[in-house]
Ligand binder design. Structure first.
Ligand SMILES: Cc1ncc(COP(=O)(O)O)c(C=O)c1O
Length: 466
């Protein structure tokens, strides 16, 4: 086993370029090489077991034990028709899948355009919005309103909408005009203590932004039901309904980016259903196939589809593998498993447990806030619970990379440690995880965070105020 690991480590160091990774660390120290999965667990090439506390990257929604069944569906489809496109022609699995998704989706979202992943779905939404407005005599509507810190992907169009400065800065300017408004972090918003006041302040900011940009220049607003980056930012009650009203009043399309929040992450098929709103488009990917195949898409309302269906416009967009027959067959098989195993019910049943156990960690002095929904939770870490003073720069890096990474991964928990905003620990277990797994996750968090809190005396001090 070890021999295999050494060989793979050496090949990885020589040939593999990892995503968003400090390659000097890879080359110096090697990396964890995940070799196989089972249920809510993965195993590395040394046979060490980890809880897959992030569902891969928020996508292994069905866990790791349905591979054989899904491989059966994939194999049957490959043997029958391994590829045909969705350019002009169609094939049975894409048609069946589009129809199934229209059934599961909210309200009038009846039409589906398939892609290979999340960023492509987001860019497809923008092109659809631009062409929709052109067809309706408003070609100047091109700007997107997105939210600070939000991650919508990193290809150039999606990156324009992404609100993380660190990801954007080297690549500006962008061809897609975008402006960013505040996100819904109640722990950091000045009105965060009062949900209704915070909602009103957020909506007032969106409206002021629309007025400032000129309503006739705005194509769409994009937001996640619960924003990932920043740490599971649940919106205040009425926020999405307020966005809906503002968008309608100003002729702006409302896009719900559900690349993470769809397919049960929040306990419903789509996040919009959990929060009670109807967007004009939904972007999705990740969980659609339980991550057994890379696939995404765009759900489109009948109103937005109308100019295309009526022949006033042809959608100038296509992706070779969008709607791949094998991916579509895999997605259909995955949805069958979601339904057969009542996966959404499991998420709803686990939510109060996660809420209760994670909030129980607040006695650890560096736990500032705990927030989330469904199987999607974050803990925001602070130097001081009273003042909410955060960790920045080298201190954040020390906390997450030097201390917590070793303490949590070392105890067998894969989770996200992110300091692109205030530092957070995030967990998003597979939607099939049971009570025992959740209790094990929280126990490891307790042990790791307690050690980190005890090591605070070693931490780099914040830079003195100048
Ligand atoms: C909300 C959201 N949108 C878009 C994307 C981009 O998806 P992909 O990595 O498949 O391009 C992500 C990826 O994490 C995401 O979380």
């Amino acid at each position: 086993m070890r021999g295999m690991d050494d060989r793979l480590q050496s090949l990885a160091k020589q040939h593999l370029m990892l995503h968003f990774t400090d390659m000097a660390t890879l080359v110096g120290e090697g990396t964890t090489i995940i070799d196989r999965g089972e249920g809510s667990y993965v195993f590395d090439t040394d046979g060490r077991r980890y809880i897959d506390g992030l569902s891969g990257l928020y996508c292994v929604n069905l866990g790791h034990s349905h591979g054989e069944e899904i491989a059966g569906a994939a194999s049957e489809q490959m043997a029958r028709l391994s590829f045909s496109s969705n350019w002009t022609v169609a094939h049975p699995p894409a048609i069946e899948l589009a129809s199934k998704l229209a059934d599961l989706a909210p309200g009038s979202l009846e039409r589906v355009f398939f892609t290979s992943g999340g960023a492509e779905s987001v860019e497809s939404a923008w092109k659809m919005a631009v062409q929709y407005h052109r067809a309706n005599g408003e070609p100047e509507r091109r700007t997107v309103i997105a939210r600070q810190d939000a991650y919508h992907g990193v290809t150039m169009g999606a990156l324009a909408m992404t609100g993380l400065e660190e990801c954007r800065a080297p690549f500006e300017p962008f061809g897609v005009p975008a402006v960013h408004v505040a996100n819904t972090n109640p722990y950091r918003h000045p009105e965060g203590a009062d949900e209704a006041r915070m909602r009103d302040a957020l909506l007032a900011e969106v409206e002021a932004t629309i007025e400032h940009e000129g309503p006739g220049t705005i194509a769409m607003m994009i937001a996640e039901p619960v924003q990932n980056a920043g740490g599971c930012l649940v919106p205040p009650a009425g926020y999405w309904q307020g966005l809906r009203e503002l968008c309608d009043r100003h002729g702006i399309l409302l896009v719900s980016d559900e690349v993470i929040c769809a397919f049960g992450r929040l306990g419903t098929w789509f996040g919009a259903q959990r929060l009670g709103y109807e967007p004009d488009m939904i972007t999705f990917a990740k969980g659609l196939t339980g991550a057994h195949f890379p696939m995404g898409g765009l759900l489109i309302s009948e109103r937005v589809a109308a100019p295309f269906i009526e022949g006033r416009e042809i959608y100038l967009h296509g992706i070779t593998f969008g709607g791949h027959p094998v991916g579509s067959a895999v997605a259909l098989a995955s949805i069958e498993i979601f339904e057969r195993e009542n996966v959404l019910d499991n998420v709803m049943a686990n939510e109060p447990l996660l809420d209760d156990l994670l909030n129980g960690l607040r006695d650890i002095p560096i736990v500032g806030d705990v927030r989330g929904t469904g199987h999607f939770w974050a803990i925001e870490l602070v130097r001081d619970q009273e003042t909410r003073e955060t960790f920045e720069g080298p201190a954040a890096e020390w906390l997450l990379k030097d201390v917590l990474s070793a303490e949590l991964w070392g105890r067998g928990l894969v989770c996200r440690l992110d300091d692109r905003t205030e530092p957070i620990v995030q967990i998003a277990p597979p939607l099939v995880a049971d009570r025992g797994t959740i209790e094990e996750i929280v126990q490891i968090l307790r042990e790791g965070l307690t050690v980190a809190a005890e090591r605070m005396s070693e931490r780099p001090e914040p830079a003195p105020a100048s």
